[in-house]
Design a protein around this ligand. Sequence first.
Ligand code: ATP
Ligand code: MG
Length: 445
Amino acid sequence: MQPLIIPRKEHGISRKQVSLNALRTLYRLRDNGFIGYLVGGCVRDLLLGRTPKDFDIATDAAPGQIKRLFRNCRLVGRRFRLAHLYFQDEIIEVSTFRAAAPAGEEEPDETAASASRSRQPRHLVDEDGMVLRDNVFGTPGEDALRRDFTVNALAYNIADFSLIDFTTGLSDLRQRLLRPIGDPLVRFTEDPVRMLRAVRFSASHDLVIEPATWEILCELAPTISRASPARLYEEMQKLFLLGAARPVFHLLLKSGLFAPLFPGLSRWLDESDLNPARLCENLAWLDRRHGNGTSPPSPLLFLALLFGPALEAETLVRQRDGIPRQQALNAAYAAFMEELCKTVQVPARLGGRMRNLLAMQPSLHRMPPRRPASLAARPDFTDALAYLRAGAETRGENRSVLGWWDDFLSAPPAVGSQGLPADEAPPKRRRRRRRRHRRPAPAAV
Ligand code: ATP
Ligand code: MG
């Protein structure tokens, strides 16, 4: 299929919208005789009038050639060999055009030589068709066709500032349709994470997943657990932390992706009296917080909002059996994380911080709190208070408690000794008087 080429004057992408570092990279590639395209999500987002999250570049320069051209370059990735260019405030990803599958006898190019040196196959598929390694270089057209969705396969050519559409990306974008390139069954089998990407783009970019694709996605949803837990954790952050957590949650439940991703939480949703509405409220609150631009929600706060209600309920069950709260929380947390980490590898340190955030809640609720300034100085206090705020603003829980903390934090502290408020200044240590040993009176003579 011939690509559709849209000249500069017929599309709305201007260089002013492109990061200066990306432009400089493209110019240097071009000036050294290489092809330089802006590719992927940034082209899609510029066409939709959104600010791209990052700028990706594709080129016909091999990784080694990119490395020689840019001093700030580091080659990364096993599954995909990529160049990362480090700038002060940005990393630009530059990848060599790749083909979807091995094209028989490979050309003995520079990278083929280094690949055979390391004796690693450049394309590797497991027995179920999942791609394990994909380093076969290809043409710009082949590179576009191995991408996930048509709207993600558009390219902006620095040579003449034209747009290149190798598939049906432009018309799909106009119809706000999300469609995989090729057979969805094959594409989702090659890489199950594409199902999560479909859900993410649909939720965050207001795109409709093509009906036939949606059916296949629902059918293949249980296979999501075949993706590596580390990759699923990364994807989970993108799913929930970019301002569309609530619609993402809805689509995950509807498609059947939620249960294999979060088996423990899913069971809890099925079995407990609380319905998913509580989590929906929390996630909608998270999205509003993302939208109002105060401070983007942290992964810690998100974890607490998603898993906190279930963990608190499990803790309560154990407390009813007479186990003290902290011990009950620890046990509930350990069981929950053990199961979760089989599919989604939440870093242990972050998980531990979530447990501490939940453990801090009773101290925050206590009115008046004991030693509030030291509580406020604890690590992760801000997120612990945000967790309390979510409950107050969505379900009206503990509003007076939140009011107390807001007043406390906005009032200038009455500083006593050691910078603590007067009521928290440690009591002055009394000096122990030394007993004077009186000399015994001289015996009367
Ligand atoms: P955003 O950065 O806004 O989240 P994006 O589409 O740019 O969205 P990236 O993860 O930055 O997503 O990937 C850049 C491009 O690489 C995608 O647009 C797509 O063309 C391609 N791509 C990424 N992941 C896959 C995948 N799993 N399978 C096929 N192509 C992919
Ligand atoms: Mg991107």
